[in-house]
Design a protein around this ligand. Sequence first.
Ligand SMILES: *Cc1c(COP(=O)(O)O)cnc(C)c1O
Length: 376
Amino acid sequence: MIPLSQPVVGEREEQLVLDTLRSGRLSLGPMLTRFEGMFAERLGVPRASAVSSGTAGLHLALRAAGVQEGDEVITTPFSFVASANSILYERARPVFVDIDERTLNLDADATAAAVTDRTAGLMPVHIFGYPADLPAFEEIAARQGLFIVEDACEALGAVHADGTAVGARGHLAVFAFYPNKQMTTGEGGMVVCPTSDAKEQIDSERNQGRAPDMSWLDHDRLGFNYRLSDVACALGVAQLERLEELLSGRQRVAGLYGEALADIDGVELPYPDTGGDRRSWFVYVVKLPADVDRDGAIEALRARGVDSKPYLPAIHLMSFYRERFGHREGEFPVCEDVARRSLALPFFPQLTEGQVAEVAEALTAVLAESRLSSMR
Ligand SMILES: *Cc1c(COP(=O)(O)O)cnc(C)c1O
């Protein structure tokens, strides 16, 4: 079976993890500071805070942005569910608007039209590593006095047309290190903090609200346990050291797929870099023709030894969101069409040219079978 994703960890990761285990400093130690500093430097930002997951990072970023109960936060229904969930943790309301059919990111015009006097902020997601239209969102936010929290969990290494790295435009921005991401710490996340006040608040809230000097007795605010262990940070340091290699490996595989799938009838390939924006490859998601049974294709691919997955289901149509907010089909037609037709193929840096060819052959055969059966 060719798996969907596979982390790349080697001797350097083993060495740094072992050093950390032997150091006896397993949490809030020197590896945490080293990882945060290295990450901030790589991105070109003044400071960042490591946390236990991307989801935890989004939660703390929203709190640092000042979100309040009842606030509306405009975001995309075409994302991993964590982006919308994090808004609900603070009893704010995720207001979905439809996506741009090419980039699959939050549509800027629809966003501007959805602003009300209860809107407090915007949460664009750089979906599949393609830069969201931040210049447009910045204009809306400035005009309406809104905050921006960027979900950059899928976009480490992506670059905007004006040359700024995704996550480095001066907003709270969140990255994630689950094993399928561009780099991993097993579980983990990082919040880019534009101000030292934001970093102070996030560092305190990830640690039960304790003061920066770690004094035991006075917790002057509510906090959480969203700490990232030094063992995980050691893994992060080793991954950052070879980030360029990891990113170029993904780029190579995307190139191979582009060639191998170019001639398959009706299969739509990922949107190419346009106007100077540069994607950081996170997943390889194709759109199948509308008349193909996508979920049947997933089964048939599995039978041929290829793992694949619907990517992504629309958040507003998940049972929890339907029941809680009364969402229904037809609200966000672009998102729903993409969610019905999109398919993630195996994608990770070590994928070989031979494996990419196998996936392409399997997909070609499965689509041919599906056409035959729909003609019957
Ligand atoms: C991975 C991801 C997250 C965070 O995931 P965690 O598993 O909590 O690290 C958030 N948003 C998006 C879009 C993601 O892909």
